[in-house]
Design a protein around this ligand. Structure first.
Ligand SMILES: [Ca+2]
Ligand SMILES: [Ca+2]
Length: 261
């Protein structure tokens, strides 16, 4: 009788132990899947964007952690490539040093990347308004008075290249009337493409401006990508919305909306 009782006790505790282990494994699996595993593939663009690439998607890191700092980065200042030995993020600014702790110049800092990423720089210049742009301001924004016109002119930036590799250049314009603070007027923001003198695509926002942050070849496949910030009027932060676009046949193609870690 006693032995049987002991046996039952053992089985009972055995079953409990097995259940415990099963629950533990399931929990571990759930926890593991809910937090995306970070990778060593980091892309730093300017001082306000840190992307962590996982399976082709770029997740924004909203703070600087050791995970980031412990990587080996390759940096482009203009078209000059450097291997980074150490990096620091102080007062919202990156500082890079080579293996001898000599500071790497960042006067024309394009980006730095680590891990399996392979990013190529693209030569580009961000230009401001000139009088030939009035035609497009009128066509796209239809300003109803001179103050609105002036606001768009003052904010206008543009970048030109053959973005979709069809041997015809496109100019991508960014403009907003956000500087105009008058009653009964809600400012508008635009991003549009001009190709062969024709507006081929436009994106309109009721409020938040679009800004060009970077033009690069993010995967080194020869096709150009654009990093555009959205909704930043004054101070871009690590939290701001950064989008990735390509241009196809004169149209914007959103490759990735802002995506947070
Ligand atoms: Ca083109
Ligand atoms: Ca590319």
């Amino acid at each position: 009788m006693g032995k049987e009782k002991d046996m039952k006790k053992y089985i009972k505790w055995g079953v409990i132990a097995v259940l415990f282990i099963v629950v533990y494994i399931l929990l571990a699996m759930v926890i593991n899947n809910s937090g995306k595993k970070s990778s060593d593939n980091y892309l730093l663009i300017g001082n306000r964007l840190i992307w962590n690439e996982i399976d082709g998607k770029f997740y924004q890191k909203t703070k600087v952690t050791d995970d980031i700092l412990n990587n080996k980065f390759t940096l482009y200042n203009g078209n000059t490539k450097y291997e980074v030995g150490n990096l620091q993020y102080t007062d919202m600014q990156w500082y890079f040093f080579d293996k001898d702790y000599k500071e790497i110049p960042t006067d024309d800092f394009k980006f730095a990347y680590s891990g399996d990423l392979n990013v190529s720089p693209i030569d580009y210049t961000v230009e401001n308004y000139n009088s030939a742009d009035d035609y497009y301001i009128k066509e796209v924004a239809k300003p109803s008075n001179d103050a609105q016109f002036q606001a768009f002119r003052g904010s206008l930036t543009k970048v030109t290249d053959d973005f979709d590799k069809d041997n015809v250049e496109e100019t991508i314009y960014f403009m907003t009337s956000s500087s105009l603070v008058v009653e009964d007027y809600e400012f508008k923001s635009y991003m549009f493409i001009v190709k062969n003198g024709v507006v081929t695509d436009k994106v309109i926002s009721d409020e938040d401006p679009y800004n060009i942050e970077s033009v690069l070849d993010i995967d080194n496949d020869g096709d150009i990508e654009l990093v555009i910030s959205y909704g930043i009027i004054n101070n871009p932060t690590l939290n701001s919305c950064y989008q990735l676009y390509e241009i196809v046949n004169g149209k914007f193609n959103l490759l990735q909306n802002c995506l947070y870690d």
